[in-house]
Design a protein around this ligand. Structure first.
Ligand SMILES: *[C@@H]1O[C@H](CO)[C@@H](O)[C@H](O)[C@H]1NC(C)=O
Ligand SMILES: *[C@@H]1O[C@H](CO)[C@@H](O)[C@H](O)[C@H]1NC(C)=O
Ligand SMILES: *[C@@H]1O[C@H](CO)[C@@H](O)[C@H](O)[C@H]1NC(C)=O
Ligand SMILES: *[C@@H]1O[C@H](CO)[C@@H](O)[C@H](O)[C@H]1NC(C)=O
Ligand SMILES: *[C@@H]1O[C@H](CO)[C@@H](O)[C@H](O)[C@H]1NC(C)=O
Ligand SMILES: *[C@@H]1O[C@H](CO)[C@@H](O)[C@H](O)[C@H]1NC(C)=O
Ligand SMILES: *[C@@H]1O[C@H](CO)[C@@H](O)[C@H](O)[C@H]1NC(C)=O
Length: 866
């Protein structure tokens, strides 16, 4: 049954039956090495088959100094081996079927295409030319007629073989070649398939992308016609609908770490989270491993039918990467008894099965090799690979092996293989049961099952219509094509990281457009390049509308829907939150009574007022000093200091009408009284200056005008800082405020000048000095205040102002009263009537003159101020 020979001659001349004997004129040009199955003995018809049992041909070091040999294959593929076994199973089933081809035994010739075009061509030529000798255009020998070829897997292989088979009008039924290009009838006149054309799949993918509203996708295609045509059709359809393609990458056919790395980088860098992969599992798996290594997650993959349920892709740990994948699977079916057939393998049957067994169990069936390996092992010189070689008896249990080969839970392409074999068998059946005189051929003739021509079978293939056993699906070729029907499969990952394939919908390409797809939301990561709330779409000039950037909203603006066109400005009292997706009230700020700073300031103010009262009370008890200078200790000065201390409290709290008015006015009046009292202090002896009341009156009048005409009022300052509302007191009128406080400053300045001059006078020396000093403190505090005030914002402006008030008041209190307390406490003996009494005025003029003239100046100035 097994073959491993098939050397094919390439004769240049006709040899029909003379070939064998014409060795002298025929020349063998090449020897092909082909693996496969063959059973043609005593069979009436032979069906061809071709499967990519290996993944590639072994790389050969081309050595031009040696005759080239047909390459060997490597990379055993369990999945496609299952397909091969399914064909054997189906032929066996048909041969045992009493209704289908009851009088005809089917034989078969099956080759391994190694997923390589050259091997597929070798196989096709060998098959076409029949037996051991092969000549294109001729069939040697008189064996059973050849029926159709089932296969080969893979689009590129199908194109290559279909071109050759088409030359002879030889029917070909493909089970896995989906490329739309293969439906061009004038190029591939005898190509049929039991798997849907990719035109449907591309349309289905496009519809899915549109269904979910994905507008920004990347594509990865295999570097073959399958990938290229599939992606091309997909792109055409989605771009028409306004979807943008972020990147288009092509998977290398040969091992190429640089290309794989480049694709990984592209995937990582791209903002597209939807990636369509149109590729076979074999081509996609190297990229997958690299993506896994880079922990590339959070992408939604769209799978083509070739890898959606492949065990080559569904490796351990891919759940994190491919969980949520959506893809299209061809129709699935259960084929009873197939599993029994798959498990019932004799490992010694043939080379392929032997290799399968050894690969599956990781052992060798050859006792000699095992022995040698063991010996080498004993010598301690064995390599890693040799170490793995153990002997297997051939009685190992396949059913215990969790191998995709024996996994019959997702029979999709397997089912397609099964249908293809039945399609050929049914066509043969119809050919066999043609009634003479009613036949389709010239003169209503029929073909003869024992020697029909390929084109005659082709007629029956095209017109075949049958139901598949077990599944009862009705099959017919619609111009060579199968129905465009897919299951939509979703990779769902359980908590253990295991992937299960869940069918979440269907796509029926023959239904009306709006009914084609039904899909439930599976476990899908619905990430897409939507502009999230907080950003807006920025359309790129000159590019399709779907190509946009997501531009973050400016501060103070929000967008609260996805794909917003505009950001909306928040209201006046609102500001955007950090994510820019909702407006939040601005932070309202003022210096409140309750907070630590407020409490501290209240305490300081109260303490200041208390100290003032205490000190004065203390001084009053310790007469007679008080009487000596009652002006300085006058009720008005004390009152004013208490007022200024306490007015600072009014600055605190949420600004209202009343406290805005009282705070400034209270402060202005307090200072006016204090300064007037001080001026009165030294001009008192002569009593020539107007009483302090006049100057205070002036201030009071100015303040009244201020309060009535331009009253200070609370307002919300939103200008200083965008996300804050500072509750402040507006000054009402800057001019009036300047006049009011300017007047205070003028008073202070005059008081300072006069006290500076007066400090030299004997009778006022001590007071003069302390007054000068207190006014100096006053000036320093308020000069320092201006820059400090201007450089702070919000509630700290109020705090600075209060500090200035407290500092200046305290400064005055200390400078005026501390010396007196000092005298009372430390130099108690000086605290007598004598020392405190004004000294008798000296008779000589100089001193008196100075004093008098100073008094006159003072009086003049103060009167002028008044
Ligand atoms: C090519 O083949 C020749 C003869 O078999 C051998 O001597 C030579 O080393 C080979 N060269 C390479 C590169 O394998
Ligand atoms: C991927 O994740 C694993 C474990 O979480 C970590 O050890 C490894 O460094 C990550 N690799 C990369 C490239 O981030
Ligand atoms: C994937 O998305 C989830 C949820 O959106 C997020 O928490 C996680 O950080 C993301 N992981 C990566 C690697 O970006
Ligand atoms: C194993 O070692 C013995 C001697 O230690 C040597 O004679 C024999 O050739 C070795 N066998 C192999 C297979 O290397
Ligand atoms: C095969 O899978 C089954 C369940 O899926 C598990 O219980 C068993 O341990 C697996 N066997 C091997 C050899 O991995
Ligand atoms: C697909 O739709 C066509 C037309 O509506 C219908 O006849 C056919 O049965 C559907 N196929 C499947 C598998 O549902
Ligand atoms: C989005 O903002 C607008 C205007 O601010 C508001 O009317 C609407 O209710 C908001 N929508 C949501 C979902 O928050």
């Amino acid at each position: 049954m097994e073959i491993r020979l098939l050397w094919l001659g390439f004769c240049a001349f006709s040899c029909l039956c003379r070939c064998a004997s014409a060795a002298s004129t025929c020349k063998l040009k090449a020897r092909f090495t082909l693996n496969g199955y063959k059973d043609v003995e005593k069979k009436q018809v032979v069906i061809g088959g071709m499967f990519p049992v290996h993944k590639r041909i072994a790389s050969t070091n081309s050595n031009s100094s040696r005759a080239p040999v047909s390459s060997a294959c490597e990379g055993f593929n369990f999945r496609t081996f299952r397909w091969t076994q399914t064909m054997l199973f189906a032929i066996n089933e048909i041969n045992n079927n009493k209704e289908l081809l009851p009088d005809t035994d089917l034989g078969y010739v099956i080759y391994d295409s190694c997923f390589t075009i050259s091997k597929a061509v070798e196989g096709t030529l060998t098959y076409l030319t029949g037996q051991d000798e092969a000549v294109p255009n001729y069939r040697c020998g008189d064996g059973p007629p050849l029926a159709a070829l089932v296969g080969p897997g893979g689009t590129d292989l199908a194109i290559a073989t279909a071109r050759i088979l088409g030359l002879y009008h030889f029917p070909q039924v493909s089970y896995s070649s989906t490329c739309s290009f293969l439906s061009t009838k004038y190029q591939f006149p005898t190509f049929l398939r039991t798997i849907p054309n990719d035109v449907h799949q591309s349309a289905a993918m496009a519809q899915m992308v549109l269904h979910f509203g994905w507008t920004w996708v990347g594509t990865i295609a295999a570097d073959d016609d399958y990938g290229k045509y599939g992606i091309k059709d997909f792109k055409e359809q989605v771009e028409e609908a306004g979807v943008c393609i972020s990147f288009s990458e092509t998977l290398p056919k040969t091992e190429s770490p640089e290309d794989i790395q480049r694709i990984v980088d592209t995937v990582i860098e791209s903002t597209a989270k939807i990636i369509v992969v149109f590729s076979s599992d074999v081509d996609f798996s190297p990229l997958l491993l690299e993506l896994l290594r880079h922990n590339v997650t959070n992408r939604t993959w769209i799978a083509s039918e070739a890898w959606i349920t492949s065990a080559l892709i569904n490796q351990p740990e891919v759940g994190s990467l491919l969980g949520g994948t959506l893809g299209f699977g061809v129709k699935k079916a259960d084929i009873p008894d197939l599993q029994r057939h798959l498990l019932d393998l004799d490992p010694y049957d043939d080379d392929l099965t032997e290799e399968f067994w050894e690969t599956a169990f990781d052992c060798t069936l050859d006792p000699v090799r095992a022995m040698r390996s063991k010996q080498r092992g004993a010598n301690g010189t064995r390599t890693e690979r040799e170490a793995a070689v153990k002997f297997c008896s051939g009685t190992e249990s396949l059913s215990k092996l969790n191998n995709t080969y024996s996994d019959v839970s997702q029979l999709r392409i397997t089912y397609s293989v099964y249908k293809a074999v039945y399609a050929v068998a049914n066509a043969l059946h119809n050919l066999e049961h043609c009634v003479d005189g009613q036949g389709p051929f010239k003169g209503k003739s029929c073909a003869d099952i024992s020697r029909f021509e390929p084109w005659q079978l082709m007629y029956y293939m095209k017109h075949a219509r049958f139901t598949v056993p077990h599944t009862n699906e009705e099959i017919y070729f619609d111009d060579g094509e199968a129905q465009g029907y897919y299951d939509i499969i979703n990779w769902q990952v359980n908590s253990g990281g295991e992937v299960s394939f869940v069918t979440v919908g269907q796509y029926n390409g023959s239904a009306a457009p709006q009914d084609r797809m039904t899909i439930a939301n599976g476990q899908t990561r619905l990430y897409c390049a939507n502009c999230q709330p907080g950003t807006r779409k920025g359309i790129r000039q000159g590019e399709p509308v779907c190509c946009f950037d997501c531009i973050p909203c400016a501060d103070g603006e929000i967008s609260n829907s996805t794909n917003a066109r505009e950001c909306v400005l928040c209201g006046e009292d609102d500001w955007s939150n950090e994510a820019h997706d909702t407006c939040i009230p601005k932070i309202i700020e003022f210096l409140s009574y309750a907070e630590a700073l407020g409490i501290t300031l209240i305490a300081l103010s109260a303490a200041g007022a208390l100290v003032t009262i205490t000190v004065v009370f203390f001084l009053h008890i310790n007469t007679p000093m008080v009487k000596a200078n009652d002006a300085l200790l006058s009720f008005s000065l004390i009152f004013s200091l208490v007022v200024t201390f306490l007015s600072s409290i009014v600055f605190l709290g949420e600004p209202q009408e009343w406290n805005c008015m009282t705070s400034q006015v209270g402060l202005a009046l307090g200072f006016a009284i204090a300064l007037s009292s001080i001026m009165g202090g030294w001009s008192h002896p002569q009593r020539t200056s107007p009483p302090p009341g006049t100057r205070v009156d002036t201030t009071a009048i100015l303040c009244t005008v201020w309060l009535i005409v331009f009253p200070p009022h609370p307002f919300k300052n939103t200008k200083t800082q965008v996300d804050y509302i500072y509750l402040q007191c507006a000054r009402g009128s800057d001019v009036l405020m300047c006049i009011v406080f300017g007047y205070d400053v003028l008073l202070a300045f005059v008081a300072f000048v006069l006290s500076f001059l007066a400090r030299k006078l004997e009778d006022n020396a001590r007071e003069g000095k302390s007054l000068t000093f207190s006014l100096l403190v006053f000036f320093i505090v308020w000069i320092a205040f201006v820059p400090a005030y201007l450089s702070t914002v919000g509630k700290f402006m109020v705090a600075v102002q209060i500090f200035a008030i407290l500092a200046s008041s305290l400064g005055m209190l200390i400078c005026i009263f501390l010396p007196k307390c000092y005298v009372i406490l430390v130099k108690a003996e000086r605290n007598t009537e004598e020392t405190m009494k004004p000294r008798p005025k000296p008779r000589d003029g100089s001193s008196t003159g100075t004093s008098a003239s100073l008094s006159t100046v003072a009086t003049t100035v103060t009167t002028a101020i008044d």
